[in-house]
Write a protein that binds this ligand. Structure first.
Ligand code: PLP
Length: 364
């Protein structure tokens, strides 16, 4: 049996007829830029999250960058974020000419370390904070909102890995000034290509985002441009796919939680996911993870390492002059995390094969 880390064919087989109909309808409607499908998805997603505005974009990276711009952040502004995340969380800060300031994560849940963040806020004038709900785990939003109240900064939730996750029965993304989402295909809610969005409750921010994604156009005017901007529009086809999949999101999260429950019961391995995680990744910690991964690969089971190098040690961030041991928990995580297959549509047979193989591999 061959098991990939994520198998998207399962969800596309389930939706194949609807996807084919959608493709035909997009061709029939003969409109390939913004329009009805994009408006509908934006409405569907904001209603699902209980947010006021949703602006569809062409990637999660664009969501972070344009989100920062729409908040007026740029040159000279210090923006704090974690170092154990995908590079887009921090490269977006550099791409708007602002200055990233890294904070460590917790060893037990891989989320932003609140004590270190508080120390940083005491010392420096931090204009914005980007916490990441990594692996589908959820940051403590009460603590973040309290810090926001005490120190006054913009809060941008990076929800690329946590669609549908909740903190105290409120969806992530709706706590901060903005929430950014990626719909990269392998995400919990993913397109059939790149896509993303920003959500916000502030009309003024949403208006800026509509302009920033669309050549800086003034609303309802084709050739009047208020800002220098680029093209980051969400495609109608992607929007249609996302609306279709959104109907299944809660069910798919339940499926992920059931797989995780099985893994937790069967595997006596240190697991990083919180109980309320939406399990974008099922993450185990083991000091021999490279060897485990190699042996699992030999058994045709693909595992992943998210992420092997923390951002402060990436060549791209050399200019910040960090060194090893600057963020010890993140470095520990990067050396020890291992993601094992979890996806919607995983069969019992596949789950059992993963567990049996794991048991055989770790008993050495
Ligand atoms: C935490 C996080 N932020 C941002 C992004 C960027 O999203 P995209 O790949 O859609 O640009 C990703 C995607 O991998 C991510 O995992």
């Amino acid at each position: 049996m061959k098991i990939p880390l994520v198998d998207l064919r399962k969800q596309h087989d389930l939706l194949r007829e609807d996807l084919n109909n959608l493709f035909n309808d997009v061709l029939d409607k003969n409109n390939f830029v913004l329009g009805e499908y994009v408006n509908n998805f934006e409405n569907d997603f904001k209603n699902y999250l209980n947010s006021k505005y949703c602006v569809g974009l062409n990637s999660g990276t664009a969501a972070l960058e344009l989100g920062l711009r729409a908040l007026g952040l740029g040159e000279g502004d210090k923006i704090a974020t974690v170092t154990n995340t995908f590079i887009a969380t921090a490269s977006s800060i550099v791409n708007v000419d602002a200055d990233p300031v890294f904070v460590d994560s917790n060893k037990n849940d891989a989320l932003i370390n609140m004590e270190q963040l508080k120390e940083l806020l005491e010392k420096e004038d931090i204009k914005a904070v980007i916490p990441v709900h990594l692996y589908g785990n959820v940051c403590d939003m009460n603590k973040l909102l309290k810090l926001k109240q005490d120190y006054g900064f913009f809060l941008i939730e990076d929800c690329a890995q946590a669609h549908g996750a909740e903190f105290e029965e409120k969806k992530v993304g709706t706590f901060g000034d903005i929430g950014s989402f990626s719909f990269f295909p392998a995400k919990i809610l993913g397109g059939i290509g790149d896509a993303g969005c920003v959500i916000t409750d502030k009309e003024e921010i949403s208006e800026k985002l509509y302009a920033y994604r669309n050549a800086g156009r003034v609303k309802n005017e084709k050739y009047k441009h208020e800002f220098i901007a680029s093209n980051h529009r969400l495609m109608p086809l992607q929007a249609g796919v996302l609306s279709l999949k959104l109907k299944y999101l809660d069910k798919w999260i339940d499926e992920r939680r059931n797989i995780a429950k099985f893994y937790k019961k069967e595997l006596s391995l240190n697991n990083l996911n919180q109980d309320n995680s939406v399990y974008y990744m099922y993450v185990v910690l083991d000091e021999n993870r490279d060897e485990i991964m190699r042996k699992m690969n030999e058994k045709n089971i693909q595992c992943g390492v998210h992420y092997p190098i923390p951002l402060h040690l990436q060549p791209a961030f050399d200019f910040l002059e960090h060194k090893e041991h600057d963020f010890v928990n993140s470095e520990f995580l990067c050396k020890n995390v291992l993601c094992i297959p979890i996806y919607q549509g995983m069969t019992e047979e596949e789950m059992k094969y993963v567990v049996e193989s794991f048991k055989a591999v770790v008993s050495r």
